[in-house]
Design a protein around this ligand. Structure first.
Ligand code: SF4
Length: 235
């Protein structure tokens, strides 16, 4: 992505208002910092929702989590990871066998095809290891920026903002962005937060989306960032 494109994305997404008043970039940066601080205090146990022990396991689990809950993926992966330990194992079985093993995560045909191709590429290009750059990861079949950032931040502690449905919804509700495109949101948030906070911001926002600012009915009355949110609804 070119620098010019990045700058256009960032300025178009972050130039907004808060509570009816124009909010400067500095004010918004201060607000997101305070939001993060309070969410970290509210959810000290926040962490990635997928179970894994190796980068390959998280890569596979994240591919499976598309259009599926982490809880559902976590019911499938214990048996899956016992059976398939190395990248090579995933493409040495017939496609139908892998489809059967991941069936309950939905979209299993696409996911099985992507997993087999991705694992073949891992062996061919990276000696079976999961690479540590976003460029190499997103060049793999079925791996977008969300999956790549999730693996980089949770396995290698490399800063990245994973824009999933929670981060998209909450960033808009909190007036941090006015945008639905995940890549634009990612770059806008990176522009608002210092790099060292990107990983904790992910976990805090996703946990807030699961426990308090739930999609169907946000629990604004018990929200730790109520006074910092332009979308608050109180009875
Ligand atoms: S005040 Fe309500 S809408 Fe805003 S972040 Fe909190 S729970 Fe979500």
């Amino acid at each position: 992505m070119s620098v010019e494109y990045k700058i256009t994305l960032v300025t178009s997404v972050t130039r907004t208002s808060f509570m009816g008043k124009r909010e400067s970039l500095t004010a918004k940066r201060n607000r997101i910092q305070e939001i993060l601080l309070r969410l970290e205090r509210a959810y000290p146990d926040a962490k990635v929702g997928l179970d894994f022990t190796t980068p390959l396991e998280l890569l596979i689990a994240t591919i499976l989590s598309a259009q599926c809950t982490d809880e559902r993926v976590n019911t499938v992966t214990p048996d899956l990871f016992r059976k398939y330990k190395l990248a090579h194992d995933y493409y040495s079985v017939p496609r139908e066998e892998l489809e059967h093993d991941i069936h309950s995560t939905g979209f299993y045909r696409n996911k099985a095809r992507n997993i087999q191709l991705c694992c073949e590429q891992l062996v061919e290009r990276h000696n079976g290891n999961v690479p540590m750059t976003i460029e190499e990861l997103t060049a793999l079949a079925g791996v977008g920026r969300k999956t790549a950032n999730c693996v980089l931040s949770n396995c290698f502690n490399i800063p990245g903002i994973t824009v999933d449905t929670h981060v998209t919804r909450l960033s808009n509700l909190l007036g941090l962005v006015h945008e639905t495109d995940p890549v634009k949101i990612e770059f806008a948030l990176m522009n608002l937060l210092d790099k060292q906070h990107w990983n904790t911001f992910n976990h805090a926002m996703i946990t807030h989306g699961r426990r308090t600012c739930v999609a169907r009915r946000p629990r604004c009355g018990s929200c730790p960032v109520l006074d910092l949110c332009p979308s608050v609804i109180l009875p």
